[in-house]
Design a protein around this ligand. Structure first.
Ligand code: FVH
Length: 295
């Protein structure tokens, strides 16, 4: 076992994800200490021999590396602020989902108090932690990432995005945003068919392969976004507007909501109104990249 495998690690936060992380680190051979606001959530780990600290200060003092996996930024700041003295000289790896701004603020706070800081974002569900399919994004201290890479890779593939602590979170939220929009689109389609009694299971059996087939278009969209040249030989925005307007009309006719498709209509309409109807659908990127300033 290498030296890295023996580094004591503390995990603060034993929700579903925190428990998966602590369990994986413990099984990876690190002396592991845990703490959670509600002590009962530690039971399954304690039964496996993981050390439950009496209080958060004792938890932090047990290890040079402190992994934080709490609900949100507010719970992170509320937990870490009173621990500032105990944390000085240690590494905090915060894998809580936060915004880039929150990650930068926590990083600034940490550095100001002599705490090394690595922000992490988990692209995985708890069951995936420790498996090759899990992917974790990091930004912040490069030295910490390099020094503890072996530990970090126990949890899943580890990729570093830069010294700006907000970057891992920005990638995380960009990926999550794509996922939520995709699921919302499927919900729209399922609701339209449900209006005629079609089970969602039947719909998703078709929607899955359809979305899969469409994924091959993503690199072409990226080329448009990166170049800013949206010249299209086929399927102009005008063409797509007709299709998307038809989806909205059909949804209304079926008595179901149009909120999801209305968002797409708004993105298209702004570009068409600005005279870009002959450009390709990818031009909606400009509606998002340059939003109308709020009054
Ligand atoms: N679970 C998942 O699939 C996702 C995958 C992607 C990344 N997320 C993020 O991971 C963070 C933790 O998620 P979780 O699944 O462990 O969440 P919960 O099971 O709800 O556990 C929440 C823990 O946070 C503690 N907590 C909440 N509020 C406070 C507070 N004010 N002070 C101290 N601790 C707090 C809570 O403690 P308790 O309720 O048991 O006492 C849990 O330990 C999250 O950012 C996801 O977005 C997971």
């Amino acid at each position: 076992m290498s030296e890295q495998h023996r580094i004591p690690v503390t995990v603060l936060g034993l929700g579903t994800m925190g428990r998966a992380i602590a369990d994986t680190i413990h099984r990876g051979g690190h002396p592991t200490t845990i703490w959670n606001r509600t002590a009962g959530r530690a039971d399954s780990l304690v039964a496996k021999g993981v050390a439950l600290a009496a209080d958060p200060v004792a938890a932090v003092e047990a290890s040079p590396v402190v992994v934080v996996c709490l609900l949100d930024d507010e719970s992170v700041r509320g937990t870490l602020t009173p621990l500032v003295d105990a944390l000085a000289g240690r590494l905090v790896v915060n894998v809580t989902t936060v915004t880039p701004k929150q990650a930068r603020q926590t990083s600034d706070w940490a550095v100001e108090h002599g705490i090394e800081y690595l922000d992490g974002a988990i692209m995985a569900t708890p069951e995936m932690i420790g498996l090759p399919v899990a992917s974790l994004l990091y930004s912040g201290s490069r030295a910490a990432f390099d020094t503890h890479r072996e530990l970090l890779e126990l949890l899943g593939g580890a990729r570093w995005f830069g010294t700006d602590a907000g970057l891992a979170s920005l990638y995380d939220l960009a990926l999550l945003g794509s996922m939520y929009s995709m699921f919302a689109g499927v919900a729209q389609g399922a609701a339209m068919l449900a209006s005629e009694g079609v089970p969602a299971a039947e719909f998703v059996a078709m929607a899955g392969p359809w979305i899969d087939a469409m994924l091959s278009a993503l690199p072409y969209h990226a080329e448009y976004y990166d170049s800013g040249d949206y010249t299209a030989e086929v399927q102009s925005l005008d063409f797509n507007k007709a299709a998307v307007d038809a989806i909205a009309e059909a949804a209304r006719d079926q008595g179901v909501g149009t909120d999801v498709v209305a968002a797409v209509q708004t993105l298209i309409d702004r570009q068409v109104a600005a005279g870009h109807g002959k450009d390709g659908f990818a031009r909606i990127f400009e509606s998002i990249r340059r939003p109308i300033p709020r009054a």
